[in-house]
Design a protein around this ligand. Structure first.
Ligand SMILES: Cc1ncc(C[n+]2csc(CCOP(=O)(O)OP(=O)(O)O)c2C)c(N)n1
Ligand SMILES: [Mg+2]
Length: 409
C-alpha cells in the first residue's frame, strides 16, 4: 500500500527536476496536476454508462519522467491518476515533531480504550482507529480550526485533533460526568467546536457535511467542510445525491473516503492519497481546501489506509485477514514508525527526543485514564437533559418508563 504512492511521491519530487524548495507544496501539487491530471474531466454520457461496474483495484502506474507524462497525457483515457506528493522531510522540520506527538497520543489513547474495554470499564460500542492516525492528524494539519469536520462513528481521533483533551474523550468512553458529551454520548457521539460528530448511521454524515458546506457558502466565510466516510458507505445513494448537489452548487466540501480500491469522482475531481503518510494527507488536504476556497466546488479524497483493530471491540479482526498481514503492515507501513524513521534519517529529531515524547505521552494518557475511571457518572436527574424534545410523556426506545432507573456507581 505504502509501496506505489511512496515511490511515486519520491519520484515526482525528483522528476520535476526543479527548484521545488522555492515553492509551497500546494504550488507543487498544482504544478504536478499538469502531469498527473489531478482534476477529472466530466465523462460523456455514453461513457458514464460503462462506469457502473464493480469497483476494481486501481491499475498500477509505472513511473515516467515528467516530459513523458506530459506527452502521454493526451492518451490518458480514464480520469487522471490521483497522486499526492510529499516533499523532502527537511522542509517540514519545524512542524513534524508536533505531528508525531499527535499521532502517538492518538495511538496511545486508542490502546488505552482497548484496555479499558477489555476490563469492562468501557461498555457498549467502541470503534478504534489505530493504524489510521495519519488520516486524522494529517487532515487537521491541512485545514484551519475554523473549518468544519464531520465523520461517522469512528470518532475518537477526530475529537482529539479537533481540540478535545484525551481525558475528556476517555471520560466520555467510560460514561463519566467530565466526558466531552457529559458522559451521555459514548464512543460514537462526541462533538467539539466545528466538529459535528460522531454519527452512528453509516453514510448519514455525508449529506450533513454537504449542508454544512452550503452554510459556509451561504455565509461567504471562506470556510470548508471535511465530510468523512468509510468504504462501507461508498455505494449509498445518499452519497451520490450529496455529491450531485455539491457539484451543482459548487459547495466547499471535501469528501474523504477511508477506503481501498473504490473509484469515484467522475464528475468531481478526486485525489488518491497514501493515508499512512501523515505529510501526504496534510498536503493533500491543503490542496483540497485551496481548491474549495478558490470556489471550484467539491473534491473527493481517497485515503488508502489500514486499521489494526477489527471493526469494533466485538470483532477480533482476523476472520477476514491474517495476523501475518496485520503484522506486515505494522512492520512496513506503520504511520508513526515511518514518520519517526524519516525524521531520524533527516536529522530532524533524535532517539532521545522520541523517548521523551513517548514518556510524556504515556504519562498524559495514564492520567487521563485515571480521570476517566475516577470521575463520577452523571447524576440520574441529568439523564434526560440535553435532548431535543421536552414534551411529555417522553419515551426512550428500549426502556420501560415504570421501572426506576438505577446508577451503577
Ligand atoms: C444505515 C446503516 N446501515 C448499517 C449500519 C450497521 N453498520 C455499522 S458500521 C457498518 C460498517 C461501515 O463500514 P465503513 O463505512 O467502511 O466504516 P468503518 O467501520 O470501516 O470505519 C455497518 C454496516 C449502520 N450503522 N447504519
Ligand atoms: Mg471501512
Amino acid at each position: 500500500m505504502k509501496n506505489m504512492l511512496t515511490i511515486i511521491s519520491n519520484a515526482l519530487c525528483r522528476m520535476t527536476g526543479r527548484n521545488v524548495g522555492a515553492q509551497t507544496v500546494s504550488e507543487l501539487l498544482v504544478d504536478l496536476s499538469e502531469y498527473v491530471s489531478v482534476t477529472s474531466p466530466p465523462l460523456a454520457p455514453a461513457m458514464a454508462q460503462t462506469q457502473r461496474q464493480p469497483p476494481k483495484p486501481p491499475p498500477v502506474r509505472t513511473i515516467a519522467p515528467a516530459e513523458q507524462l506530459v506527452k502521454n497525457q493526451a492518451k490518458t483515457d480514464r480520469p487522471g491518476a490521483r497522486v499526492v506528493v510529499s516533499r523532502s522531510f527537511a522542509d517540514f522540520t519545524s512542524q513534524a515533531t508536533f505531528d508525531i506527538k499527535k499521532c502517538e497520543l492518538h495511538r496511545r489513547m486508542e490502546l488505552k480504550a482497548d484496555q479499558l474495554y477489555k476490563q469492562k470499564i468501557i461498555r457498549g460500542f467502541c470503534h478504534l482507529y489505530d493504524g489510521q492516525e495519519a488520516c486524522a492528524v494529517g487532515i487537521e494539519s491541512g485545514i484551519n480550526p475554523s473549518d468544519h469536520l464531520i465523520t461517522a462513528y469512528r470518532a475518537h481521533g477526530y475529537t482529539y485533533t479537533r481540540g478535545i483533551a484525551v481525558k475528556e474523550i476517555l471520560a466520555e468512553l467510560t460514561g463519566r460526568r467530565g466526558g466531552v458529551a457529559k458522559g451521555k454520548g459514548g464512543s460514537m457521539h462526541m462533538y467539539a467546536p466545528n466538529f459535528y460528530g460522531g454519527n452512528g448511521i453509516v453514510g448519514a454524515q455525508v449529506p450533513l457535511g454537504a449542508g454544512i458546506a452550503l452554510a459556509c457558502q451561504y455565509q461567504g466565510n471562506n470556510q470548508v467542510c471535511v465530510s468523512l466516510y468509510g468504504d462501507g458507505a461508498a455505494n449509498q445513494g445518499q452519497l451520490y445525491e450529496s455529491f450531485n448537489m455539491a457539484a451543482l452548487w459548487k459547495l466547499p466540501c471535501i469528501f474523504i473516503s477511508s477506503t481501498e480500491y473504490y473509484k469515484r469522482g467522475d464528475y468531481i475531481p478526486g485525489i488518491r492519497v497514501d493515508g499512512m503518510d501523515v505529510l501526504c494527507v496534510r498536503e493533500a488536504t491543503k490542496f483540497a481546501a485551496d481548491h474549495c476556497r478558490a470556489g471550484k466546488g467539491p473534491i473527493i479524497m481517497e485515503l488508502q489506509t489500514y486499521r489494526y483493530h477489527g471493526h469494533s471491540m466485538s470483532d477480533p479482526g482476523v476472520s477476514y485477514r491474517t495476523r501475518d498481514e496485520i503484522q506486515e503492515v505494522r512492520s512496513k507501513s506503520d504511520p508513526i514508525t515511518m514518520l519517526k524513521e524519516r525524521m531520524l534519517s533527516n536529522n530532524m529529531a533524535s532517539v532521545e527526543e522520541f523517548k521523551e515524547i513517548d514518556i510524556s505521552i504515556r504519562k498524559e494518557v495514564e492520567e487521563a485514564a485515571l480521570y476517566a475511571t475516577s470521575d463520577p457518572e452523571p447524576p440520574l436527574e441529568e439523564l434526560c437533559n440535553h435532548i431535543f424534545s421536552n414534551d411529555s410523556p417522553m419515551e426512550v426506545r428500549g426502556t420501560n418508563p415504570w421501572v426506576a432507573l438505577k446508577s451503577v456507581s
